[in-house]
Structure formats: structure tokens, C-alpha cells
Design a protein around this ligand. Sequence first.
Ligand code: AHR
Length: 317
Amino acid sequence: MKFTKGALVVILCLLFYVPKANAQNNGAGLTIGFAQVGSESDWRLAFTEATLAEAEARGINLIFVDGENNQEKQIAALRSFIEHNVDGIILAPVVETGWDEILLEVQAAGIPLVVVDRNVTADSSLYVTRVSSDFVHEGRLAAAWLAQKTSGNCKIIELEGTIGSSAARDRQIGFNEVIALFPNMEIILSQSGEFLREGGQDIMESIIQSEDMSQICAVWSHNDDMAIGAIEAMNEAGLNPGEDILIVSVDAIPDIFKAMMDGDANATVELSPYMAAPAFDAIGDYLAGETLPKWIPVPGTLFLPDTAAEEYAKRTQ
Ligand code: AHR
């Protein structure tokens, strides 16, 4: 049987065609690059641990890079993923801005990218979807709890997260939206502790030296780690966190439930560390030709001391 030249070319292509990935919808068999923010908090460590475990359970070859809270390092990681010709990318962006150029490079390379946790200001056409909680809602929940706890009468210290991150910006927006409804609720001092435990402790040690703490009704912290640092400083100064000064924060890490059990903290809004499963599914679905929504929400609720022992046990077993 004689083959035309064209037919031979087609046959050769088919014989030597290697599919980029066996795109099953759960990501099995894929190579995925994960550019993580860093290791700044217990929540971040839990998110990393859960993501590595999920990848292993699914048979995903995960290339993990710790961005060390540095956007340049994260951008370099994305470029290395392109060179590695990965099947997909997960980006947890440290800050919102400065991603357009690299996301265009990733898109030009034909690699699907999923944003997880914090947001980017780049156009949503540059990524497949975002898997995250609603940071604004977290701020609203924290403020609504504090308003009802204090009958709308409270002078507040705010411990902000990383400046330029959507987690800090949006939690602040949500919290301020609610306290604006109460004329006698006011943030009298706001400072960034960069989501670090020692950041919260350093800020609170300085405030204790300079402010009249008898006027302070509550500390609103953008994450549990900074709240725990502030609690440390208040206890060392002989103050009474959880009683004289209410403590409300976000993440629901084990240590905040321990603080509640010790009477040092009052409320936390949960941020689930389990975002890898929907992110891996999104990459698998995309590679299978499916269209995805631009946001896949991860819910979180408010926890109080009445369930702290149960939640602590659940999270530490
Ligand atoms: O982006 C989410 C925030 O980042 C968490 O609330 C905090 O613990 C982490 O540093």
C-alpha cells in the first residue's frame, strides 16, 4: 500500500504525539507548580501541609516553591514552572498588584493558572479561576460579633495584615463597613504586624507603653497569629485579654482555641486551609475542556469559646 507524503506525515505525527498530560478531572498524573506566599503564620503552614497531602493523595507531581513573602521570588517561581512546562500552576499571591506581565507569560505558554487565597488585580481573563474565602465577609462577621458583644460601644486597636494584600485590605473594608453603623465604635489605632505573631506582640508592647489601655475595649486582628502575639504582650504587662480587652481575629488555628480555653481570646472567623482540592479539580476540569466560574468560594464561620475545647481537639488530633 502506497501512502502519499501527506498521509505519511499524519501517521508519523500520531505515532510520536505525546499528550501533554493525562487530564483526569482530579488532576491525577499532572505536574503542577505551586507558588506559595511563605510560612508567616500557622494558618499558612496548615494550608501548605494540606496542599502537599492532597497532591500526594491524588498522584499529582507537585513542584512547591516557598515565596518567602517576596513577590519577586514568586514571579521567578512562575517562570521556572513555564520552563518546566508544567501542566498547571497554583498561585497564592503575596500582594494584589504587579502580576499582569507574568500572568501574560503563563497564558502565552498555554498553562492554566488558578489563584488561591489572596487575590490579584490582574484581569480575570489571565487565570482560570480563584479559590478563596470572602475576606470582606470575614471582616463583617468579626465586627458584627464585636458590636453585639459591646452593644455598639467600643474603642478598638486594629492589627493589620500584610500591606497590599487583599486579605488585609478586604477584611478592613468589611470590618469598617459594619462599625460605621455604630457611632460609638471606633478604631483608634491601626498598624501592620505583617500577619506575624511577633508582629502582633511588638505592636502591642509599644501600644501598652504609649496608650491608656483602660480606654481600649478590643483588639481586632486580621489573623490569629498577631492576636496571640498581642495576648502574650498584654499578659506580660499584667493586663487581662479576653476579659477587660476583647480579642477577635481570623483563621481559627489551634492556638486561638487554646487561648479561648485559657480565657484570653473571644472570637475567631474560620479560614479553611483546604483549598487544594477545588484548585486541583479546576485545573483538571479546565484541561478536560470545561469552563469554570471565575470564583470558587470556600466558606468559613465564626467560633466562640463555648466550642473551643471541641475545636482544639478536632484540629490537633
Ligand atoms: O491570606 C490569608 C492570610 O494569610 C491568613 O489569614 C494569614 O494567617 C496568612 O498570613
